[in-house]
Ligand binder design. Structure first.
Ligand code: GTP
Ligand code: MG
Length: 205
């Protein structure tokens, strides 16, 4: 994917502030600190478009970035992190859940996992929930520069089995850029094939 234009649209803290569903959207989800913002920055060849940090829970809003005037990347707040105060998480959850279930232009959710860890319960539950909701998702295992090739393969097998995904799983390093091209290929396909989701309509008989 040749990225020619990148424009930060807005940070959204409340449902009513969501931008109009206009273009296909790819959302990035995962635990805090897993590398969502770093992945977005590498895919877009921009250092600071998505804020990266050492502080878990730094991304507390839904952040929209427009690419090539053709689609959006959506950086979601990290979930499942004990350091984030309950009051804050209680505010996020309805916002994120509402976004994921009701957004007609959402074409793919990437679920990021740290290659060094086994999938945690919240990650398994989240992927099961996406399946139930018929929301397409792909898994990206991050920080592969921190482990050996053999450990990467072991982790890949484990995540594949636990989250029950076949091909839609990718290894990635924001440090070396490894995996970037494969991920772009998949995202491009999803963006191109996307047809807006419709809410069920009542058919009179
Ligand atoms: P929240 O916004 O808090 O949910 O975090 P996030 O998922 O956006 O993570 P972020 O991209 O901010 O990365 C967290 C930390 O991990 C930062 O210090 C990054 O530099 C580091 N990091 C992210 N991806 C990689 C990677 O592939 N390799 C290495 N070595 N470090 C990474
Ligand atoms: Mg972030």
């Amino acid at each position: 994917m040749k990225v020619t234009q990148v424009r930060f649209i807005k940070s959204v803290f409340q449902k009513r502030d969501l931008p109009k569903p206009r273009l296909p959207e790819v959302a990035f989800s995962g635990r805090s600190n897993v590398g969502k913002s770093s992945l977005i920055n590498v895919l877009l060849n921009r250092k600071g478009i998505a804020r990266t940090s050492m502080t878990p829970g730094r991304t507390q809003s839904i952040n929209f970035v427009e690419i090539n005037r053709a689609f959006y990347f959506v950086d979601l707040p990290g979930y499942g992190y004990a350091h984030v105060p309950l009051a804050v998480r209680k505010k996020w959850l309805p916002l994120i859940e509402g976004y994921l279930t009701q957004r007609p232009t959402l074409c793919l959710v990437t679920v990021l996992g740290d290659v060094r860890r086994e999938p945690q319960e919240d990650e398994v539950l989240f992927s099961q929930w996406l399946k139930q909701q018929a929301i397409p998702f792909a898994v990206v295992l991050t920080k592969i520069d921190k482990v050996s090739r053999q450990e990467q393969m072991t982790s890949l097998r484990l995540w594949r089995a636990r989250l029950q995904v076949e091909d839609e799983i990718f290894l990635f390093s924001a440090k070396t850029g490894e995996g970037k091209d494969n991920i772009w290929k998949h995202l491009s396909r999803c963006i191109q094939c996307h047809k807006p989701r419709r809410s069920p309509t009542f058919i009179a008989v």
